[in-house]
Design a protein around this ligand. Structure first.
Ligand code: P1T
Length: 391
């Protein structure tokens, strides 16, 4: 498909989100990128085609999505996948038995599960360390370290890692640095500009934004690495459907608007929780007493929309709060327009053994909020009712 060569990095984020990869379709002028719902493409002679031969390998709706994602991450390349875990699994095919990976200790439970219960069996070894302390990363490096896997902010404790520092350690040791940027979204953080080699997203979350797709992406700048990952994307086959690519693009168009509102609402909610007598502790990188606040402020353009907190009374009390919430729905996932609440120890992070959760500082009673874009007063009233007065 011929597309105008958009001067993508000269336009502002909100403009790129709407236009890059999404020029009117040449044959008809369709403004919305069409859903090329086809598995295969006619060839004029064996091996002669217009750039597309089979939809696992490439599909025009996916091409549009990949161009948009690359632009938003200020990256040269992007590859889309059928889920965040599909993206993660494919990225890990870059490595071989004997290779060592250093990972943030506080990562999404599914990432931990992939590392410890799947890839461990294929000869990769993993060290889970507190990557918010660069010295802990340095201490964990071995001769076989090939990858430093960072989540920042982490899921669910919103810990912050100095991405520039972690990427520099990776470079010094000939390893790659991958940042799972799902919690920040490219609107608030662009790790490649901070020195990371690879950026991973669960596009299920902020990028899709409407809790109606499951998807993933990897963005990067280095051509050789891109060629290897593109080969793996096709070879392993965790590719997204054209319809899911269309829905993800539809979400991307409003990413800038949504992220501003997510952050505005999360900021108010974090401040409210911090002062509440029944709340023991609030985790939000936008709070000035958050241990990663300064680094977050230096590497992010905002603090995003995730807030975690502990109530007095632990798990029993946390369950009671969840039962009493009305607008916040109890559900896994995050980053959609609707507010969600969950208990990581019981839900998203249950696949991490309790002892490991303890080491990471993940309390059984921790409550995680994905703050949506509803009216902030309604969200605050919902929380106030659910928490009750008392002390
Ligand atoms: O669910 P999937 O699209 O496969 O993405 C996996 C994933 C990767 N990275 C991070 C930081 C994530 O939070 C996730 C998925 N997380 C949830 C489903 C959750 O509720 O935390």
């Amino acid at each position: 498909m011929a597309r105008k060569n958009f001067a993508r990095h000269r336009l502002q984020f909100a403009t790129r989100a709407i236009h890059v990869g999404q020029q009117p379709e040449p044959a008809t002028g369709a403004i919305a990128v069409p859903i090329y719902q086809t598995s295969t493409f006619a060839q004029s002679a064996p091996g002669v085609h217009k750039g597309y031969d089979y939809s696992r390998t490439d599909n025009p709706t996916r091409t549009a999505l990949q161009e948009a994602l690359a632009s938003l991450e200020s990256a040269k390349y992007s590859l889309a996948f059928s889920s965040g875990m599909g993206a993660a699994t494919t990225a890990m095919f870059l490595f071989k038995p004997g290779d060592h990976v250093i990972s943030s200790r506080d990562v999404y439970g599914g990432t931990y599960r992939l590392f410890k219960r799947v890839l461990d069996q294929f000869g990769l070894s993993f060290s889970f360390v507190e990557t918010s302390n660069l010295s802990d990363i340095r201490r964990a490096v071995t001769k076989r370290t090939r990858l430093i896997w960072i989540e920042s902010p982490t899921n669910p404790l919103l810990r912050i890692t100095d991405i520039r520092g972690a990427a520099s350690i990776a470079r010094q040791h000939g390893a790659l640095c991958l940042v799972d940027n799902t919690f920040a979204s490219p609107f608030f953080q662009r790790p490649i500009a901070l020195g990371a080699d690879l950026v991973l997203h669960s596009t299920t979350k902020y990028i899709g934004g409407h809790a109606d797709i499951v998807g993933g992406a990897i963005c990067l700048n280095e051509r050789g690495l891109y060629e290897r990952l593109k080969f793996l994307q096709n070879a392993a086959g965790a590719t997204p459907s054209p319809f899911d690519c269309f829905l993800t693009l539809r979400g991307i168009k409003t990413l800038a608007l949504r992220m501003r509102e997510h952050e505005k609402n999360a900021t108010r909610i974090a401040a409210f929780l911090k002062d509440h007598p029944r709340v023991r502790r609030v985790y939000y990188p936008g709070l000035s007493d958050h241990p990663g606040h300064e680094i977050a402020a230096s590497q992010m353009d905002g603090f995003s929309g995730m807030v975690s907190f502990e109530v007095k009374g632990g798990l029993t009390e946390a369950r009671r709060v969840l039962r009493r919430l009305g607008i916040f729905k109890i559900a896994e996932s995050l980053g959609g327009v609707e507010s969600l609440v969950e208990l990581p120890a019981v839900m998203t992070h249950a696949s991490i053994p309790k002892a490991e959760r303890r080491k990471a500082g993940l309390d059984d009673g921790l409550i995680r909020l994905s703050v949506g874009v509803e009216d902030a007063d309604d969200l605050l009233n919902d929380l106030e009712r659910a928490l009750g007065k008392g002390s």
